[in-house]
Design a protein around this ligand. Sequence first.
Ligand SMILES: [Zn+2]
Length: 124
Amino acid sequence: MDFYTAINCIDGRVQLPVINYLQKRFNVDYVDMITEPGPNRILASQSNFNIVESIFERLHVSVGKHHSLGVAVVGHHDCAGNPGTKEEQSAHTLGAVKYIKQRYSDINVIGLWVDENWNVSEIS
Ligand SMILES: [Zn+2]
């Protein structure tokens, strides 16, 4: 069984698109889901220590117990937790990716954007 991990928004509209995308993209069976409202901004700003550490505790379980193949940080259109534009959110997502790579140097980390049609694309 292969796992990938998503650090995704709580928004119900983006769960299945992200799962489906990661299953196809990385040929994994399951996607472990860590959710917060607007997690890209939370990880980019690192202003709330408790939430950031909570995310990393959950990531540690996914990586340690499920040997997750990688991590995807997600931003999306019409996000209640992060109302920024696509450009602002993309900067947050890339900042989050960079921060995770600092703490998990040996795992693949990518950024995703879910658009107004709930289509998923990678940002870099
Ligand atoms: Zn959201």
